[in-house]
Design a protein around this ligand. Structure first.
Ligand code: FDA
Length: 515
């Protein structure tokens, strides 16, 4: 169904003018008639929930190979009424980088081919293009220097484009903060198709795209990032405890200990059902740690701060930082570093996630009850990432990401499954929402905060007010991700994209200054 305002042929003609030969347009433009359309569309979809045939599909997918192709897509899309979804790694939890729920025709600009990584080891900086994955970034850093790393997420197939613009955290966040805290410069294409950098976009817009989601403001082409020092040897461990081994008490204690540990020490918890040796399933809490130092020092720290976990020398695994990246991603480092370059090409599972920030320890009786919930659904996972350390040194408005001092940890509720059909779908969706509800008295409130990179449309979806997104309606979800930074983001949006070209189900609405 084509909308009156969308001019399909006009868009194609416009692109052919803006992208002249020798570029062969048919190599970077896919319509539903193109034989490769489905392959390109599916190439970075991670969630089978969004692979149903009935969904509205993009009119075109553009796969730019240089910056002028991105500019042309913006200029022509805007001129001919075709809004854009930008995709880098495709990991958006609600698929907003490649699908739309608003019924309007749209195109995808897929940056998978815009993905060079240039490391300058002497200056400890890098330029990384949006379509690169975290794995490609980590790999290239390690190729250039074993003394440098970058503090970003754990999963290597996550795209740099979406991840850095929403915050981005992993095993080094207590020492170096978010990925977004380590951005030095950016190349962004705005709603006019202009190419901007840090100086030409101005302080406000540069602030907004480092945590506020660039998809509301433009298309990020590349980031200049600050690399951080890593020691020649780091230590990792994974210690699993079941109910009989005191898991509930340990999880309860961890909540006040982990956010106060030395900033070189990160211990997350993953609670999930695992197969015992005999094949029987049991619920376990895995304490999964990266220490930026060696085993001897770690043992002393653990003895002093968290002896209850009874960590032993045998638990230590010393390795290089880049090996620890493999260890966290694949639970083994006995595989080639090149596995970090695997972008993964087909969606394999359905999933749904929700998130919370916890500011007071959740009482142990509730953990006991949550333990029981895992018996109702074998697909559930809880992931607890400790904050504190450097995260406390940022004010809540230093970046749009406001979850700093006072937050003990981020809690992610996750459910993943492989069986198709509405019965499993309903079961798993119900489970994750139920556990989330059960936690509500014990987590942050007014607002109950959430992490933007763990996108959750249950929190609310945009509605229009005239021709643009309604600010007052958007507050429902916006205050949860951004708290009091939401208003500033909306004013910046009002200045740089007042017509709301870059719009999605959870984009920042434009707010115009009162006359
Ligand atoms: P995708 O391409 O889907 O984009 C996400 C959003 O950003 C969309 O709104 C999109 O339009 C926009 N966008 C993408 N590229 C853009 C660009 N160049 N310019 C402007 N807007 C752009 N998070 C975390 O902090 N730590 C972690 O360890 C993990 N681990 C993890 C594992 C797995 C398996 C998944 C699926 C997700 C995570 N995440 C995570 C969450 C992840 O940070 C989040 O989904 C990112 O937005 C993904 O970025 P992509 O570029 O892959 O997504």
């Amino acid at each position: 169904s084509s909308s009156a305002s969308c001019d399909y042929h006009g868009f194609l003609y416009c692109l052919s003018v803006h992208i002249p030969p020798p570029t062969n347009l048919s190599r970077i433009l896919y319509s539903p008639e193109s034989p490769d359309y489905s392959t390109v569309l599916l190439s970075s979809i991670r969630n089978l929930r969004f692979v149903t045939p009935s969904r509205q599909k993009p009119y075109f997918i553009v796969t730019p190979t240089n910056i002028s192709h991105i500019q042309a897509s913006v200029i022509c899309g805007r001129k001919h009424g075709l809004p854009i979804r930008v995709r880098s790694g495709g990991h958006d939890y609600e698929g907003l980088s490649y699908r739309s729920e608003d019924g309007r025709p749209f195109i995808i600009v897929d940056l998978a081919n815009i993905r060079s990584v240039d490391v300058d080891p002497t200056k400890a900086t890098a330029w990384v293009q949006a379509g690169a994955t975290l794995g490609e970034l980590y790999y290239t850093i390690a190729e250039n220097s074993r003394q440098l790393g970058f503090p970003a997420g754990i999963c290597p197939t996550v795209g740099v484009g979406g991840h850095l613009t929403g915050g981005g955290f992993g095993t080094m966040l207590r020492k170096y903060g978010l990925a977004a805290d380590n951005i030095l410069d950016a190349i962004l294409i705005d709603a006019n198709g202009e190419v901007l950098n840090k100086d030409t976009m101005g302080e406000d817009l540069f602030w907004a795209i480092r945590g506020g989601g660039a998809a509301s403001f433009g298309i990020v082409v590349s980031w200049k990032i600050k690399l951080v020092p890593v020691p020649p040897k780091v230590t990792v461990f994974t210690i699993s405890r079941n109910l009989a081994q005191g898991a509930v008490d340990l999880v309860t204690k961890w909540q006040s200990i982990a956010p106060k540990l030395h900033e070189n020490l990160f211990i997350r918890i993953v609670i999930t059902k695992e197969a015992k040796e005999g094949g029987e399933m049991e619920v376990v809490a895995s304490f999964n740690s990266l220490f930026l130092g060696q085993c001897e020092e770690l043992l002393q720290l653990m003895e002093k701060s968290f002896f209850e976990l009874r960590m032993k020398r045998e638990d230590c695994k010393e390795m290089s930082w880049i090996q620890s990246v493999l260890y966290f991603a694949f639970y083994t480092n006995r595989i080639p570093l090149e596995d970090l370059l695997d972008r993964g090409t087909k969606p394999e599972r359905f999933f749904k996630a929700k998130s919370d920030f916890v500011q007071e320890p959740v009482p142990s009786f509730l953990w006991g009850r949550i333990w029981g919930r895992f018996l109702e659904d074998e697909a559930g996972v809880l992931i607890m990432d400790p904050y504190g350390g450097t995260m406390n040194n940022f004010s809540d408005s230093a970046t749009p990401f406001p979850h700093r001092q006072g937050n003990l940890y981020n809690l992610q509720y996750f459910v993943e499954w492989r069986e198709n059909g509405t019965v499993p779908y309903n079961k798993h969706m119900k489970w994750v929402r139920k556990v989330y509800k059960e936690m509500s008295p014990y987590v942050s409130h007014n607002p109950r905060a959430a992490y933007m990179n763990y996108r959750d449309l249950d929190l609310g979806k945009n509605e229009l007010d005239g021709n643009v997104t309604s600010y007052s309606k958007a507050k429902v979800w916006g205050l949860r991700y951004f708290k009091s930074n939401f208003e500033r983001l909306a004013f910046i949006k009002g200045r740089v994209d007042p017509g709301d070209f870059f719009r999605n189900e959870q984009s920042i609405p434009p707010l115009l200054p009162q006359e």
